[in-house]
Ligand binder design. Structure first.
Ligand code: SF4
Length: 471
C-alpha cells in the first residue's frame, strides 16, 4: 500500500492477465449500472479532482450517485453506487463474484462505510450487487442479485479499524516506511524488487510454509535481519518441508524423499498423459451458458506405453461452439480407451470433469469415474517425493520442468501462449465476432502448441523423477 500510494512507478507493470481482470471488473460494473438509471455518474477526467467532482454532484441532491470518490481522516474510497435510503444512503458495491464473501466483501464495504460516514454521509444499508450464477440471460435484472451485507460488514468492523490504525501513519509521508509484511504475497508482488531487493532462490520468501500464507514466520525472520536461508538456523524452522527446502538450497542438491520410487512404480502402462484448458467468465459466454460456467475447450494428451516411450500428440480443441463440453468429453473418452493410468498435473482435471458431470454433460460422469479410478496426480508425487533447490517453494509445472531438466529453461517463454491465463485470453480473442477464420486458426495453433507442451512437460518430469529415484 505504501509503495502503491507514494511510488507507483517503481512497481512492475500490470501484466496482460491483470489488465484483463481489471477490464472484466469494469465490464461487470458497466452492465450492472443499467440497474441504476437514476444515478448521476461522477465524471473522471485528468486534472479533475475526483473528491471535488463528487461533492459537486452530491450538492445537487441526486436520488443516487455512482463511481464517486470521497475522503475522510486520511483515507479515500471510491464507491460504486450511493442511493437515497430514507434520510440516509444505501451503499452498493458491484462485484463479479457469485456469492457474498463475508470476510473480503464485508471488510471492503465496512471500510467504505467508515470513511463515508466520517465524510458526513450516514449509511443505513450496505448491499453487494453480484452475479447471479443461475442467470439464463444477459438481462441485468436476471444477471445480477443483491445480498444484504450489513452483518458481514459488522463482523469486520474491529479488523478494519485496527488495520486503519496500523497503516494510516505510513500513508502520511513517503519517508515513513511500514514494517515489511514478508509472506506469500511477496512472491507475486509487483514491488518485490524495490521492496526486498534481488530475490534469489535462497531468500526466505521461498520457504514453502511462508508461501502458504504463514507470514508471521516471514515477518519475524525478516525483522531479525534474517533474509537469506543461510541466516536461519535449522532449529528455527518447525516444518519439515521448510527445513528440507533450506537444506536443498544450502547444499545446492535435490533431496529425494522416501516413497518416491514406490509412487512412480504405481503408474500402470499404457498411461494417458493429459492436460485441459478451460474458460470461465462471470458474464454468460454464449447463449444458454450460465455465468461462471466452466467451458472445457481443449485437451492435449499422449498415450505412452512406458516411461521412456515417445508418442504423437493427441488433441481436441473447439473454438467455435458456444458450449464445447459434450464434444470435449466424448473425444476424451475415445482417446483414453485402453489406458491403465491417467496422468495429470494437479487435481484440476478431475474437478473439471466432476463439475461437468454435475451439469449432466453426456460422457462426463464416465470420464470423471475413469480419472478418479486410474488417476495419478504427478504434482502430488513431486510435492511428496522431491525437494529441489530451484523449486522456490513451488510445485507448478512451469517451475518444476526447468529445475529438473535445465534444457527446458525458457521453453514456455518461447511460446506465444505461455500460461493458463494467456490461454483464456487466446480463447476470448479467437471467439470475438470480428475475428477472421485465418486469425482463429492462428489462435488454435498457439493454443495447441501450449497445451502440448504441458503434456510433454509431464512426460519429461516423470522421466527425470525416475532417474533421480534410482540414482
Ligand atoms: S514485497 Fe512483500 S513486503 Fe514488500 S510490498 Fe510486496 S508484499 Fe509487501
Amino acid at each position: 500500500m505504501h509503495f502503491e500510494a507514494f511510488f507507483p512507478a517503481l512497481g512492475a507493470k500490470l501484466d496482460d492477465e491483470d489488465q484483463r481482470l481489471m477490464m472484466l471488473g469494469q465490464e461487470v460494473e458497466r452492465r450492472a449500472m443499467a440497474l441504476f438509471p437514476e444515478a448521476a455518474v461522477i465524471e473522471r477526467a485528468p486534472g479533475l479532482d475526483p473528491v471535488e467532482a463528487t461533492l459537486a454532484v452530491l450538492e445537487d441532491e441526486p436520488q443516487a450517485a455512482a463511481q464517486g470518490t470521497l475522503a475522510a481522516g486520511g483515507r479515500e474510497v471510491r464507491f460504486d453506487v450511493l442511493r437515497r435510503f430514507g434520510d440516509a444512503w444505501e451503499l452498493i458495491e458491484i462485484k463479479s463474484a457469485s456469492r457474498l464473501d463475508d470476510s473480503r466483501h464485508g471488510a471492503d464495504l465496512e471500510f467504505q462505510r467508515q470513511v463515508l460516514e466520517e465524510a458526513g454521509l450516514p449509511i443505513a444499508s450496505l448491499q453487494l450487487c453480484r452475479i447471479n450464477p443461475f442467470a439464463r440471460s444477459s438481462d441485468p435484472l436476471e444477471l445480477f442479485a443483491f445480498d444484504d451485507a450489513a452483518a458481514a460488514a459488522r463482523k469486520q468492523q474491529k479488523r478494519v479499524e485496527a488495520a486503519a490504525k496500523d497503516l494510516l501513519p505510513f500513508l502520511k509521508s513517503p519517508d515513513l516506511e511500514p514494517p515489511r509484511r514478508v509472506g506469500a504475497r511477496c512472491r507475486n508482488c509487483r514491488f518485490q524488487e524495490p521492496c526486498l531487493g534481488p530475490v534469489g532462490r535462497d531468500h526466505i520468501i521461498h520457504l514453502p510454509s511462508i508461501g502458504h500464507g504463514m507470514s508471521r514466520l516471514g515477518e519475524k525472520l525478516f525483522s531479525e535481519g534474517r533474509e537469506r536461508m543461510a541466516d536461519v538456523p535449522e532449529e528455527r524452522l518447525e516444518k519439515e518441508g521448510d527445513r528440507l527446502a533450506r537444506r536443498a538450497v544450502l547444499t545446492g542438491e535435490p533431496i529425494i524423499r522416501p516413497g518416491l520410487k514406490e509412487a512412480l512404480d504405481r503408474i500402470a502402462w499404457p498411461a494417458f498423459f493429459v492436460d485441459f484448458e478451460t474458460f470461465q467468465h462471470p458474464l454468460p459466454a454464449a447463449p444458454g451458458v450460465q455465468p461462471n460456467q466452466v467451458l472445457p475447450f481443449q485437451w492435449s494428451a499422449q498415450m505412452l506405453s512406458g516411461p521412456e516411450d515417445r508418442a504423437e500428440p493427441l488433441d481436441f480443441i473447439d473454438l467455435e461452439s458456444g458450449d464445447p463440453s459434450e464434444g470435449f468429453c466424448r473425444s476424451l473418452l475415445a482417446a483414453m480407451a485402453g489406458s491403465r493410468s491417467v496422468v495429470f498435473y494437479s487435481d484440476y482435471e478431475v474437478q473439471t470433469l466432476a463439475r461437468l458431470a454435475r451439469r449432466g454433460v453426456p460422457g462426463a460422469e464416465e470420464a470423471a469415474d475413469l480419472f478418479r479410478g486410474l488417476g495419478v496426480d504427478l504434482e502430488k508425487i513431486v510435492k511428496s517425493g522431491i525437494v529441489h533447490p530451484d523449486f522456490r517453494g513451488r510445485s507448478s509445472i512451469k517451475v518444476v520442468l526447468p529445475a529438473l531438466e535445465p534444457e527446458f529453461e525458457g521453453r514456455y517463454k518461447s511460446l506465444e501462449v505461455q500460461h493458463g491465463g494467456m490461454a483464456v485470453m487466446a480463447y476470448e480473442q479467437a471467439r470475438r465476432p470480428l475475428t477472421t477464420g485465418a486469425e482463429r486458426d492462428e489462435w488454435r495453433r498457439r493454443l495447441v502448441e501450449y497445451c502440448r507442451l504441458d503434456v510433454e512437460a509431464m512426460a519429461v518430469i516423470l522421466r527425470a523423477l525416475n532417474r533421480l529415484a534410482i540414482a
